[in-house]
Design a protein around this ligand. Sequence first.
Ligand SMILES: Nc1ncnc2c1ncn2[C@@H]1O[C@H](COP(=O)(O)OP(=O)(O)OP(=O)(O)O)[C@@H](O)[C@H]1O
Length: 263
Amino acid sequence: MSDVLELVDVSVVRDGRALINQVSWSVAEGERWVILGPNGAGKTTLLQVAATYLHPTAGQVAVLGEKLGEVDVFELRQRIGLAGVSLLDRIPREQTVLQTVLTAAYGMTATWHETYETTDTARALLLLDRLGMGGYEERAFGTLSEGERKRTLIARALMTDPELLLLDEPAAGLDLGGREDLVRRLGALAQDQYAPAMAMVTHHVEEIAPGFTHVLMIRQGKVLTAGPIDTELTARNLSLCFGLPLTLERHGDRWSAQGLPFG
Ligand SMILES: Nc1ncnc2c1ncn2[C@@H]1O[C@H](COP(=O)(O)OP(=O)(O)OP(=O)(O)O)[C@@H](O)[C@H]1O
């Protein structure tokens, strides 16, 4: 059994269709995974299973050594950090940035008269600062730009000191500067030996930060490849994954991909 995540033959079926289909995937401590795949491939579904928000139709899932179906998921969720657009709808617009991060410590998205410990507040401020959100504590979440929201949600996901960090398209919708800033911050996190195991969903190889170690490619619900970036992130695999001929270039510890010209 893998320490962090172990999926064996996992399928999620809705309306007779497999959104993910017999997926097997293991994540060990210290690994940083990128999940790549086209629109509708099943990436978010896979992340929702890992986050214990979706129960599979078939197969076995173990998260942080606990088997789904045999464990209190509410306790388990405290050990998992999740940042993704699915959270955006649940965060009140008027809630401050600081409250948004603090509520994670209590497994909630909105405040409800809790009194936060001074240590929690100190930690939330530290994480916001680390994500470049120092000085925004009292701003209403609803007034933030897309990039600021994404960075706040990552700080929030780290609040409980999780053992597994799941990021669903953290750079989607960001401009070039915002993307590069986030990639730098994710790179610092990925290269921090005390940071949790990570899995990040993205559509773009340009968003892979230095320090990411593994890649899983998914197409039409099926895993195409899963393994070390150095061997599995290839032009061939990427072309099969996205369904068109692509070139792939490595520039030091960053990547870029392009479609081949017609003709
Ligand atoms: N509750 C549901 N019932 C039926 N179909 C669903 C449900 N949730 C998702 N789907 C479908 O499952 C497929 C996979 O969805 P998923 O969100 O996992 O893909 P994705 O790879 O994250 O896509 P994207 O890159 O567009 O965000 C899509 O075709 C989607 O329409």
